[in-house]
Design a protein. Structure first.
Length: 414
């Protein structure tokens, strides 16, 4: 089946899930069902624009296309579904944000550092040094701060996360820990593809230790998904085609769960938490920072020079204001851009993101596409839930732009 067909199927399934499960069960979160025929028709026109924009991406192997398509499926699509049932005063700003992002990613060429393929042996040594540093750093933190804690129960991750927040890890080790969580999946798949099994196992172990340290489900989920997609897509199947097909499968399973098992656990953990909750937070971020003033990154990298009026940070401020709790309501993309710079952020931030993603395209252009798609998974989901500059620096997107240059060149990944 063609890509547009599966995007339309996914849209229909999300409508059904929202009306029958998400909104009735989680209305106390703020989900509404104020259906409007006018907004419903407009939301389908917005979907048509998305389909038109990405149709030519389906057979391209650029990481930027894959990341942007993840953002469209997990952020743009559920937000326009919500728009049909909840009027969104920010919808024009939201459309402007994604229009600039999609157009910029499409028109800006990959930005690559040319090295003429020289110095292979030196690059190999540097790559092995990166592997050693990342692995040794994870083992040290695991031993020194976590006392070799084994996180075997997925139901008790929050206790481990709270404990991990108390670790006094030096800043450089903390950065290396964050970079490992997003770079290890790429290196693991790269070594698996190159049949370097020992290095693959070491990177797999590195990611597992990272999960033991702070019990992030995303860390565990990303490496499992990367390995699964490697075996599924290594013979040339399209990563972009797979996303709406996979999400449609999860949506169908979620619809069947309630009549068969009497529960909505799957729809809550996947469709609600990963798609509709970040979309709902767009409403809250827009409303709050429109009336209270923008942060101008004072809660981020400018905080050491200019104090922020939001002492708890943006995510905790939203959690306190709308959920009356210590809920960490973190959100990225449109929410991050608007909360910091208002309309200017809606214009500037997607352009800046597109530039960085095209730099990542340049660095991964000559590594196997099945390996580079690991970056799409790790950074795609990170951008949805985190500030862009946090992803760029703390989560290691900038570091990820450098690592592939030390991998052995492959055929051009276009």
């Amino acid at each position: 089946m063609r890509l547009p067909f599966w995007i339309i199927v996914l849209r229909i399934l999300l409508d059904i899930l929202y009306c029958t499960m998400i909104q009735p069960a989680f209305a106390y979160y703020g989900f509404q069902n104020d259906f409007s025929v006018f907004r419903y028709v407009l939301s389908w026109l917005m979907l048509a624009a998305m389909i038109f924009a990405v149709t030519n991406w389906r057979d391209k192997e650029y990481v930027s296309y894959k990341i942007t398509f993840i953002l469209l499926c997990f952020s743009y699509l559920p937000t326009i579904v919500l728009y049909a049932y909840m009027d969104a005063p920010f919808i024009l700003h939201f459309l402007l944000y994604y229009s600039i992002l999609v157009i910029s990613v499409t028109l800006i060429p990959p930005l690559e550092i040319k090295d003429a393929g020289r110095g292979y042996r030196l690059k190999r040594y540097i790559l092995l040094l990166i592997v050693a540093v990342l692995l040794c750093n994870e083992v040290f933190i695991w031993a020194r701060y976590s006392n070799f804690h084994l996180q075997l129960d997925l139901g008790s991750v929050y206790e481990t996360r709270e404990e991990a927040k108390t670790y006094s890890i030096p800043r450089i080790l903390g950065y290396l820990h964050s970079w490992s969580r997003t770079t290890a999946p790429f290196l693991a798949i790269y070594f698996l593809h190159k049949k370097q099994r020992l290095l693959f196992v070491l990177m797999l172990l590195c990611q597992l230790i990272a999960f033991f340290i702070d019990a992030s489900r995303l860390v565990l989920f990303s490496i499992i998904l990367c390995i699964g997609l490697y075996f599924l897509l290594r013979h040339g199947r399209s990563f972009i085609r797979f996303i709406p097909v996979g999400l449609s499968g999860v949506s169908i399973a979620s619809l069947l769960e309630k009549p068969l098992l009497g529960t909505i656990l799957l729809s809550s953990l996947t469709i609600r938490r990963m798609m509709f909750t970040p979309s709902l937070l767009n409403y809250m971020y827009f409303e709050y920072f429109t009336s209270h003033g923008f942060d101008y990154f004072r809660s981020s990298f400018l905080g050491r020079f200019f104090p922020s009026p939001y002492k708890m940070g943006l995510a905790d401020t939203i959690g306190q204001a709308y959920f009356n709790s210590s809920m960490h309501a973190n959100n990225g993309l449109f929410s991050d851009a608007y909360a910091n710079l208002g309309v200017i952020g809606v214009i500037v931030m997607p352009l800046l993101m597109a530039l960085v993603l095209r730099v990542l395209d340049g660095s991964t252009r000559r590594v196997p596409p099945v390996a580079s798609q690991a970056f799409a998974i790790t950074f795609g989901f990170s951008l949805i839930s985190s500030s862009f500059f946090t992803v760029l620096l703390t989560h290691g997107l900038l570091f990820a732009c450098l690592v592939p240059y030390f991998c052995k060149s492959d055929s051009c990944a276009e």
